[in-house]
Design a binder for this molecule. Structure first.
Ligand code: HEC
Length: 407
């Protein structure tokens, strides 16, 4: 895929889209940056530098080109071209847009006719908060590593069985808050294990790389870019009476101020149209030999006992999860009659952007369907075989799956 794009852009004959010399900032590049980058790359945004004017776009030109070619930016890491499904709220450049950016860089950044750039508005609507969780200010520690993963046990004060339909994440220190994931411990023993970890670790919360280290349902993922997230219309994730949650923060970028206290506002409703079930589709039997720039792990199995359910399901959203060696992945559905359906193509996985991707249209999962997931790892930096585990030096290969019962 990546090679294809490179091949296209380096051979002008193959490029039936544009004459290089006619690609200019105001006519071609500014609109692409405005709709795909400026929500984060602006003065008040979460990205390290703005991309909303000619001078900066030119200054960062070669970096911009490299990031869009290798698909590390925008941080939307599933193929949304239509070859393997499409997703809601996508930030995905078409191959032609990537080519335009390359052409513009190759032509030495022509400015074109100066005109005002129309930027979309980035104002967020007020979130309808019914419950809220937070933790006492925590001083992130970067003494031993550039990253600090911290789990806080929080009580949203849910007084009866109800459903989480959306959430809003408000870190107090955006310089270091890199992602937040809310987990629900699956049972009482998982919860007491979490309390034990908290007890054993001084200061607020406990250290928890990758995931909370106890059996859980992942219910709410957040990465910078959009503070609010809603489950598919009419759906929600179950909150048991007195549900206790684990709020995981990933802090990075040691800054002068390591203090953060993130608030997560929740919208919890007593009733919803359809319950959203979450489950991990896991390939835990992984064995990644050292010094291999491209080691692939594949698992293919039936989707059984999904949150305790065995009938047909509608797949609504999925999120790939690996640790730091993860570089790419994919998932497909194999029907009983052998028909294959591409479910997700992740050309450039980035551990720093843990995201869940919502399908434009739900996909029907039949009881005898199989799912195959593929995880690609780069183990060049390791000296030993890497196995499944929670630790910084362990790996994972899984999809977090969100599904509803068919209507
Ligand atoms: C959702 C927010 C967001 C969007 C949208 C986004 N960026 Fe970024 N960008 C970031 C953040 C945050 C960083 C800092 C590095 C990191 O955290 O990955 C970054 C870093 C970069 C870098 C530095 C090098 C690198 O690859 O990390 C470049 C270049 C870049 N972005 C270009 C772009 C371009 C071009 C677009 C649009 C086509 C874009 N970004 C869209 C948030 C965003």
């Amino acid at each position: 895929m990546i090679f294809l794009i490179l091949a296209c852009s380096s051979d002008p004959k193959d490029n039936n889209f544009v004459d290089e010399s006619s690609t200019t900032y105001y006519q071609d590049i500014a609109p692409i940056l405005a709709s795909n980058c400026v929500s984060c790359h602006r003065d008040e945004g979460t990205a390290p530098f703005p991309l909303d004017n000619y001078d900066l776009a030119k200054t960062f030109g070669t970096l911009i080109e490299a990031s869009v070619i290798n698909r590390s930016m925008p941080p939307f890491h599933v193929d949304n071209s239509g070859e393997c499904q499409t997703f809601k709220h996508s930030l995905w450049l078409t191959d032609s847009e990537v080519t335009l950016i390359s052409d513009w860089v190759a032509a030495d950044y022509p400015e074109g006719n100066i005109q005002d750039i129309t930027l979309p508005t980035f104002e967020q609507e007020a979130f309808n908060t019914t419950h809220s969780v937070t933790f006492e200010p925590y001083e992130a520690s970067f003494a031993n590593s550039p990253d600090d993963y911290r789990c806080f046990i929080v009580d949203p004060q849910v007084t009866s069985l109800s459903y989480l339909t959306g959430f809003e994440v408000l870190p107090s220190n955006r310089d270091i808050a890199h992602h937040m994931i809310l987990y629900a411990p699956t049972n009482a023993s998982a919860l007491s294990q979490a309390y034990a970890k908290d007890e054993a670790d001084p200061g607020p919360g406990y250290s928890c790389f990758g995931d909370p280290g106890v059996e859980n349902r992942m219910i709410a993922p957040w990465a910078p870019g959009s503070d609010q997230w809603f489950y598919p219309q009419g759906t929600g994730v179950v909150m048991e009476e007195n549900q206790i949650l684990i709020l995981q923060m990933h802090y990075s970028n040691a800054s002068e101020d390591p203090l953060d206290s993130t608030t997560v506002n929740l919208n919890i409703q007593p009733e919803i149209g359809q319950e959203l079930y979450t489950e991990f589709f896991v390939h835990s039997d992984i064995e990644i030999p050292p010094s291999n720039p491209e080691h692939t792990e594949i698992v293919n199995k039936k989707i059984v006992n999904f949150s305790g359910y065995n009938g047909p399901l509608e797949l609504r959203a999925m999120g790939p999860h690996m640790h730091k060696l993860g570089i790419a992945g994919s998932a497909k559905l194999i029907r009983e009659d052998g028909t294959e359906i591409c479910l997700m193509d992740v050309p450039a996985y980035d551990f720093n952007w843990q995201r869940v991707y919502t399908y434009t249209e739900p996909i029907l999962l039949q009881p005898n369907d199989r799912m195959e997931i593929e995880c690609v790892f780069d183990s060049s930096s390791t000296n030993n075989t890497t196995y499944w585990g929670d630790g910084t030096n362990d790996e994972m290969c899984l999809m977090t799956v969100f599904a509803t019962l068919p209507e």
